[in-house]
Design a protein around this ligand. Structure first.
Ligand code: CTP
Length: 401
């Protein structure tokens, strides 16, 4: 028998998605035990989950069919992972405050295993400070809180609040239960994509970073059990399931988001390509051609990595990238020294297969007090894995010293 997932379904319209999730978990080899709140049964019948999980579904805490055990304790003891999907604002509040007034919340207090929460609600409810504060309480307690998806919501609004897709929930469940969770407990911030510096309301300075490298690193770090914040500039990529997504626009925004995220993290992997310069001021109105050619004065933006490095806490690991077009190793070595980094992942963007928009990369690791390591042409997913192997080694080294 595989590992047991105890799936708590609370009362939101996304409860119907939970049926697909339950089916997917069963197909993936998990033994799924479903608990529902009474409100959830207004949206979907327990019989649906019973048929999919091949186990009875428990709704009533006082429904004790087996006199030799207490149902919520027996189910909690059997759990390898406790998953609440969808998690409404109400159940999130109860979980945060230890209220146990139904089968799902009572079992939540009794489990000894990791808990994953997949919120789903109206965009304004999700954004409410009470909900955000409750999610922070859960995160602080080690609960894995998934970011809801964005898009049209059942309430008619469009925005953040959709229950994460079943495939994405499965990815996070697999990651949390992974036996090879070499980064379990690590808190990692990854930056990705370009930044944008506005000239006027429609024109801007930016670069062609696709964000792919950073997104792959974030995905792999989640798969290895890390708690990941992905600070992303504008890209066309789907959010990384299980990562905390922070979207930014300018290099200044990037600095603010990274500084905030690093307050509770120990690793920064800076794969973003931030704009190094910005117009000294943003024109409030569109510059018209009839006004002639504008002259745009540029001023430097803050260097995010160097700023973090200057106030680094002991044991913090900083990884930078160096996209060069010549003298790759020398350029990377200079960045390692000047920005006070532990590892620089360098590449020549003129090399075939190593540019911005492709799925492969040919990189060289330039490391402190260690020899330069040249890797062959690899997929960006494989490069991500090699970078995280290095990060694990650095963390291990720090733990030993
Ligand atoms: N970086 C940063 N903040 C910036 C610019 C860059 O944190 N404002 C980070 C990038 O994310 C990357 C590393 O610094 O990890 C190197 O970026 P790169 O643009 O190659 O280096 P620069 O410091 O801008 O140096 P140069 O332009 O001289 O190559």
């Amino acid at each position: 028998m595989g590992q047991t997932i105890v799936l708590g379904v609370s009362g939101g319209i996304a409860a119907y998605k939970s049926a697909a999730l339950c089916s997917l978990l069963v197909k993936s080899g998990y033994d799924v035990r479903v608990l529902m709140t009474k409100n959830a049964t207004n949206f979907i019948q327990p019989l649906t989950f019973q048929a999919l999980s091949k186990h009875p579904v428990v709704v009533d805490t006082f429904d004790e069919p087996n006199p030799s055990e207490i149902a919520h304790i027996a189910i909690a003891d059997s759990a390898s992972l406790f998953l609440v999907a969808p998690a409404t604002a109400n159940i999130i509040a109860k979980l945060a405050h230890g209220i146990a007034d139904d089968m799902v919340t009572t079992t939540a207090l009794a489990v000894q295993c990791p808990t994953v929460v997949a919120p789903a609600m109206n965009v304004h409810m999700y954004g409410h400070p009470a909900v955000q504060a409750n999610l922070d309480v859960l995160r602080g307690r080690g609960v894995v809180v998934m970011d809801p998806g964005s898009g049209p919501l059942a309430c008619g609004y469009t925005g953040k609040g959709r229950m994460p897709e079943p495939d994405d929930v499965l990815f996070v469940v697999d990651a949390v239960l992974s036996k090879t969770a070499t980064l379990a407990g690590a808190r990692i911030v990854v930056t990705a994509g370009p930044t944008i510096e506005d000239i006027d309301p429609i024109r801007f300075l930016s670069n062609s970073s696709s964000g792919k490298m950073g997104y792959e690193i974030a995905r792999e770090a989640v798969a290895r059990g890390a708690e990941v914040t992905l600070v992303s500039g504008p890209t066309h990529l789907a959010p990384v399931p299980g990562a905390r997504m922070r979207y930014i626009r300018s290099t200044q925004d990037l600095l603010a988001a990274v500084t905030e995220a690093m307050a509770s993290a120990t690793v920064l992997i800076a794969a973003a390509a931030p704009a190094d310069f910005r117009p000294s001021h943003r024109l409030p109105h569109k510059w018209k051609k009839s006004q002639g050619v504008p002259s745009v004065e540029l001023v430097p933006t803050p260097d995010v990595l160097s700023t973090v490095a200057k106030s680094r806490a002991p044991g913090m690991i900083l990884v930078g990238f160096a996209a060069e077009t010549a003298n790759v190793v020398e350029g990377a070595r200079r960045k390692l020294e000047e920005k006070d980094l532990d590892l620089v992942v360098a590449n020549n963007i003129l090399d075939e297969g190593a540019g911005f928009a492709v799925d492969t990369n040919r990189v060289t690791f330039v490391r402190r007090n260690r020899e330069v390591l040249e890797l062959p042409l690899l997929s960006k997913a494989e490069v991500a894995a090699r970078i995280l192997d290095e990060v694990s080694a650095l963390m291990h080294r720090d733990n030993e010293s």
